[in-house]
Design a protein around this ligand. Structure first.
Ligand SMILES: Nc1nc2c(c(=O)[nH]1)N[C@H]1C(S)=C(S)[C@@H](COP(=O)(O)OP(=O)(O)OC[C@H]3O[C@@H](n4cnc5c(=O)[nH]c(N)nc54)[C@H](O)[C@@H]3O)O[C@H]1N2
Ligand SMILES: Nc1nc2c(c(=O)[nH]1)N[C@H]1C(S)=C(S)[C@@H](COP(=O)(O)OP(=O)(O)OC[C@H]3O[C@@H](n4cnc5c(=O)[nH]c(N)nc54)[C@H](O)[C@@H]3O)O[C@H]1N2
Ligand code: SF4
Ligand SMILES: [Mo]
Length: 743
């Protein structure tokens, strides 16, 4: 828009600020933010040549998020009971002085390990991250940190055990080289995982590539991308390992394995073969055996095994949702091993079946790791003397608390076998009460510490438990650096408007808090300095141009294929495992001599699946997929998005009929851990025996302790998985009709 008259001031005219959304969905999309008089008036997205970085409904609704009435815009001090939500506005000076003095008091009275940092999601960027708090707390004397992550802890474990690295995924563009693509518990049409994932799948489908979905839900991806005949294979949640083992059994007994590949690149195949054939435990892992566990017919299992083994190259994209289960480590191991048995690792069009969301990006042609902040990390004195991992496999000992056990650790401390009694909880980039399993226990846990604080943008359920709240601005109100997941580019996030109220960026908050703590060498640089520094390390030639374009594409001759070097030139590029090969049999795991973490992938009895005695009382399996209208708990209160996707519990018509439930009825889903009340969606898009409540809805208990917000974590278990990760998708419930308003 041009300047119209001599009297108009430049800031009264509309400008368009290019930036990138970074909202924890695994995507990174271009937004063109229209700003007038310092106010965002509308948001457009990429409309250029394909492949575009086209934003979804959430990014395009971001204006409503910036100006939402429930944003936290001023430092707050709690004046009611924890959880009550009564706060008083205070000055930044008072807020920071209180936080600094509590940090010092707890450190000096109980030792630094009594300070617990809980950080998880939020915006996925490189500068204004929770890492700035890591550095600060380390420099202030140390803190207890968590081990494992919510998203793909099991996938990480498996990736290290099998391949010796976390970087096991290909460029999405390589999907165009596949002849068969299996979406195994993977729904990128909804849960994104790389902006262009669904776009490349659509192009593959147009080319005639067969696409199959193994999922208990006929997902958005299944509905739009999979092949018409036999494209959807419903499977009982948390039983996937059994099907993968049976597929390996069929391939081996029918001689369909890629023996040359196995001989050259893998370690321990014979031991796995013995297990599959039943030589080890007397149980051959036949398709009939797997049918009784998974609910998938033996014929379907055998057919998929044959198709996968004979249609090369084939990409088995193992999602991370089947991994977020009690024995999820075995799911990911079994998937990767199947990819190796069929020789699909390290070849164009194949896939290592590592984990489908490769947000760490290392190993790709990036010069810097997007998980690192632009600022150097500092040594945490609490960790000293404790090696974090043995041969890079996580060791859940020492001062670290497995993330799934944080609530338990806050409640029990040393008496529960944990390293310390936790007296101060510092929460950043996490809606802890919402995202953690077994919420009723989390409520108890949040009442325990002597001091709790949170850095947040919104008045979330978690914020209501904080003693001090520090207001954080959104990415529209600061500059930052980001990168694409699965498509290679660096992104610059341009500040579109000034921070609202008194909200501030992480860098400003942490720098000011460091000053209050008397740490003089925390930071003496500006945001611009650190962003230039990142751009320099990333070898971006023209910083100003980068800011203007917002996106710096990294050109490669061919789409990146993980482990191509190891396969093309094994002599010079061994796998980073003890044997230098793909470890079907993990030598590190063998040393542990732990029957629940065996060195080969095995079917291990699991909690809260059919067959568990609990299923007599709670016969339905609950899955808690990620929400369409949210990025985990973010965007939850936006009216535009609420209108588009109501929060519901999905039930199959057979299960609904048996309970007298009709579509739209108000129901309660419940188990021994809690009760949630929400409307029913009766649909054949979910298989019988399974119900779904999307995760991320904000916890909102009524006076009787029934959650009216639709948060599935009222029901989920905090029992850790085999290696201490999260078991969200192992959850038995019952559903009943109740009287109540659907609002
Ligand atoms: N039942 C069930 N529960 C789950 C899952 C599941 O599958 N099932 N999935 C789990 C997974 S994979 C994850 S990753 C977790 C994620 O759960 P959370 O870590 O809670 O993730 P978010 O909701 O993305 O972000 C947390 C908060 O960060 C705030 N935020 C955004 N940007 C910033 C910022 O720049 N600074 C600060 N300080 N705050 C910011 C947001 O307002 C938001 O309230 O949830 C887990 N919870
Ligand atoms: N729109 C949106 N996108 C997101 C997020 C979001 O909240 N909203 N969250 C982001 C985050 S933090 C993460 S970690 C990722 C998560 O990404 P994913 O884990 O891939 O996402 P989910 O939606 O939990 O699950 C994907 C599919 O797996 C199926 N599924 C669940 N359990 C099982 C199982 O046991 N076996 C099989 N075979 N299938 C199963 C579900 O029905 C669903 O269709 O997504 C990211 N992207
Ligand atoms: S929420 Fe995710 S998919 Fe949507 S615009 Fe933002 S980065 Fe893109
Ligand atoms: Mo996640």
């Amino acid at each position: 828009m041009g300047r119209s008259s001599g009297s108009s001031r430049p800031d009264r005219e509309e400008k368009v600020v290019p930036t990138l959304c970074s909202s924890h969905c695994g995507g990174s999309c271009l937004l063109r933010v229209h700003v007038k008089d310092g106010v965002i008036t509308r948001i457009e997205t990429d409309d250029s040549n394909e492949p575009q970085l086209r934003g979804c409904m959430r990014g395009r609704a971001y204006r409503q998020r910036v100006y939402a009435p429930d944003r936290v815009l001023y430092p707050l001090k709690r004046i009611g009971e924890r959880g009550e939500g009564k706060f008083q506005r205070i000055s930044w000076d008072e807020a920071l002085t209180t936080v600094a003095s509590e940090l010092k008091r707890v450190r000096d009275t109980y030792g630094p390990a009594s300070i617990m940092l809980a950080a998880m999601g939020g915006d996925v960027t490189m500068l204004h991250r929770a890492h700035l708090v890591d550095r600060l707390l380390s420099m202030a004397g140390g803190y207890t940190h968590t081990s494992g992550i919510t998203s793909f802890g099991q996938g990480m474990f498996s990736s290290i055990a099998t391949y010796g690295t976390l970087y096991a995924s290909n460029d999405r563009a390589d999907l165009l080289n596949s002849r068969l693509i299996i979406l195994w518990g993977f729904d990128p049409a909804k849960s994104v995982n790389g902006t262009n994932t669904a776009w490349y799948l659509a192009r593959a489908r147009e080319k005639g590539t067969r696409i199959i979905s193994v999922d208990q839900v006929f997902s958005d991806s299944a509905a739009t991308l999979v092949s018409a005949s036999g494209g959807w294979i419903p499977i009982k949640p948390a039983t996937d390992t059994a099907m993968l083992l049976a597929m390996a059994y069929v391939i081996i007994t029918e001689g369909l394995q890629d023996q040359a590949f196995l001989d050259k690149y893998t370690f321990g195949f014979d031991k796995y073969k013995d297990y599959l054939l039943g030589k080890e435990d007397g149980i051959p892992k036949t398709p009939q055996w797997a049918e009784s566990i998974t609910g998938v017919s033996a014929e379907t299992i055998a057919n998929l095994a044959r198709e996968y083994a004979t249609t090369k190259p084939a990409a088995l994209l193992s999602g991370i949702a089947p991994g977020r289960t009690t024995c999820g480590e075995m799911h990911h191991r079994a998937a990767s091993v199947l990819a190796a048995i069929t020789g699909n690792v390290g070849i164009p069009g194949g896939d290592a079946a590592g984990r489908a969301w490769e947000s760490f990006l290392g190993g790709l042609p990036y010069k810097i790791s997007p998980t690192r902040t632009g600022m150097p990390t500092a040594k945490n004195p609490v960790d000293e003397g404790f090696p974090l991992s043995k041969n890079h496999l996580p060791a859940y000992s020492g001062p670290w608390v497995p993330y799934s056990r944080v609530a338990d650790a806050l409640i029990k401390g040393k008496a529960g076998g944990y390293y310390a009694d936790y007296k101060l909880l510092f929460m950043v980039n996490v809606n802890f009460l919402n995202a953690m399993p077994n919420i009723n226990k989390v409520v108890e846990a949040l009442k325990k510490p002597e001091f709790t604080m949170v850095m947040e943008q919104f008045m979330t359920p978690t914020v209501k438990f904080a003693d001090i709240v520090l207001p954080v601005c959104t990415y529209m109100e600061r500059n930052d650096f980001t990168a694409g997941a699965q498509t290679y580019f660096y992104g610059f996030q341009n500040k579109a408007i000034e921070p609202l109220g008194e909200s501030k960026s992480h860098l400003d908050i942490c720098t000011a808090l460091a000053e209050k703590l008397g740490i003089s060498d925390y930071n003496d640089k500006t945001e611009d300095y650190w962003l230039r520094h990142l751009a320099q390390k990333a070898e971006i030639p023209d910083y100003e141009r980068f800011k203007k374009d917002c996106v710096y594409h990294i050109e490669t001759d061919e789409p990146y294929v993980a482990f191509k070097e190891q396969i093309d030139d094994p002599e010079h590029h061994p796998f980073r495992t003890p044997s230098g090969k793909i470890e079907i049999y993990s030598q590190v795991m063998a040393e542990w001599n732990n029957p629940r973490l065996p060195p080969i992938p095995k079917w291990i009895d699991s909690i809260e699946i059919p067959g568990d005695p609990l299923s007599e009382k709670f016969p339905l399996q609950l899955i808690t997929s990620h929400g369409k209208r949210r990025a985990l708990g973010q965007f939850e209160t936006l009216p535009w998005l609420k209108e588009l996707v109501p929060q519901e519990v999905w039930l199959n018509p057979a299960d609904a009929r048996a309970r007298g439930i009709k579509d739209g009825d108000m129901v309660q889903a419940f188990n021994g851990r809690g009760v949630v009340m929400l409307p029913a969606k009766v649909t054949p898009r979910i298989m019988p025996g399974v119900v779904q409540i999307e995760s991320g809805a904000w916890y909102n208990p009524d006076g009787k302790g029934v959650d009216r917000g639709g948060n599935s974590n009222v029901l989920t278990t905090d029992e850790p998985s085999l290696a201490g990760n999260f078991s969200y998708n192992n959850c038995l419930v019952e559903v009943k009709k109740v009287e109540g308003q659907v609002d």
